[in-house]
Design a protein. Structure first.
Length: 371
């Protein structure tokens, strides 16, 4: 009887050890072994957040990357072009209601002409750093971003400005949409419920290249065409990616007598609430009827188009690349794999930066989960 009792106790103890061990294994995986936790932080606050030791890294757009590297408190762990070469970032988004009238359609076309011309001016200025135009560009960047000249000059090195929407651009937007669906941020049925056959069909419909095709017909205007009904422009706070709209509004670019917007007959003002903290907030302003044309990231435009049926269209690209994952200077982190178990700040789930972080971590076998 004593032997049987001893054997039973041994079995119970062994079982308890197995359960306890299994419990520990379940506790450690995946939270400690293969996941990275994220928190949402405004890019304007990320520098202080990192320096305060609240987390291990952040991903943001320029100039919030160069602010850290030039300031000496941050080091780039990975540039976004290393994660996804030539990835699209910001786009020009148009309110369909605004463009639905003959006047609105004409003003939209003229706005895009000003966007392209201003972007060309930026590219020319960047090509000659000894030019007066380059110094003017730096000065405007300082005024727009409220960052020092050395920060904006460094930031400008990492942004690719442009406007064309080619096959690679559309394919990337397909991928972003699929990522939203895989993450459950967009329900798979929503694409069909909105009347699209599939994701590719949705992007083909949402991206409208007609305005770019018609720019050759736009001529200068001798007068402002909408003096009493200005275009309400949305854009993000201090985002050097969106410098073209600031350049277009600056009278110095066209000889000091008028702005590029005025050259094409446009009265343009900041929309109610602009500048916005992120693309999601700007899209909410579109839905509320406060914005006619806006600059923001492609992913939040996609998300709001599908989830709340925002009545908008993407009509041009603004930039590609120009974001990075930043770690504290002197950190023991030396690779993406080292982010396992750490806390990383992102601008929000709808942002291109959040999606790029997911792509980068997925390649390392890591999952991104909310802290």
């Amino acid at each position: 009887m004593e032997k049987k009792t001893t054997l039973l106790i041994s079995i119970v103890i062994a079982a308890a050890v197995v359960v306890a061990t299994a419990g520990v294994a379940l506790y450690l995986t995946p939270d400690d072994d293969d996941s990275v936790k994220y928190v949402v932080v405004s890019p304007t606050l990320m520098g202080g957040w990192l320096q305060g030791g609240d987390g291990s890294a952040y991903i943001a757009w320029e100039p919030f990357v160069s602010s850290a590297t030039v300031g000496g408190y941050g080091t780039v762990l990975s540039w976004s072009n290393e994660i996804m070469p030539n990835h699209p970032c910001c786009v020009v988004v148009l309110s369909n209601e605004f463009a639905s009238t003959t006047e609105g359609s004409e003003l939209s076309l003229r706005f895009l002409k000003a966007h392209v011309e201003s972007t060309e001016w930026i590219l020319d200025a960047l090509a000659d750093k000894d030019s007066v135009e380059y110094q003017l560009l730096v000065n405007m960047s300082v005024a727009f971003t409220l960052r020092d000249a050395d920060v904006v000059e460094n930031a400008l090195e990492h942004v690719k400005f442009g406007w064309e929407m080619d096959t690679e651009f559309r394919s990337a937007l397909d991928q972003f949409t699929d990522m939203y669906i895989d993450a459950g941020i967009v329900e798979e049925e929503t694409v069909g419920d909105r009347g699209y056959g599939n994701v590719t069909d949705f992007i083909s419909s949402y991206v409208n290249g007609t305005y770019l095709d018609e720019l050759g017909s736009v001529t200068e205007s001798p007068a402002i065409l909408n003096p009493d009904d200005p275009i309400r422009l949305g854009y993000l706070a201090g985002d050097i990616h969106q410098l073209a709209q600031y350049v277009a509004a600056n009278g110095s670019v066209v000889g000091g007598t008028m702005s590029v917007f005025e050259k094409y007959g446009l009265n343009v003002v900041a929309a109610t609430g602009a500048p916005y903290a992120n693309g999601g907030s700007e899209m909410d302003a579109f839905v509320a009827g406060h914005v006619d044309i806006g600059y923001l990231g492609a992913p939040p435009a996609i998300l709001k188009k599908l989830n709340v049926d925002a009545d908008t269209t993407i009509i041009a690209q603004v930039n590609s690349e120009g974001s990075a994952i930043v770690i504290a200077t002197g950190s023991q982190i030396s690779s993406l794999a080292d982010l396992s178990g750490k806390i990383v700040a992102t601008p929000g789930e709808s942002s291109i930066q959040h999606l790029l972080l997911k792509i980068a971590l997925n390649e390392q076998g890591l999952k991104l989960v909310k802290a």
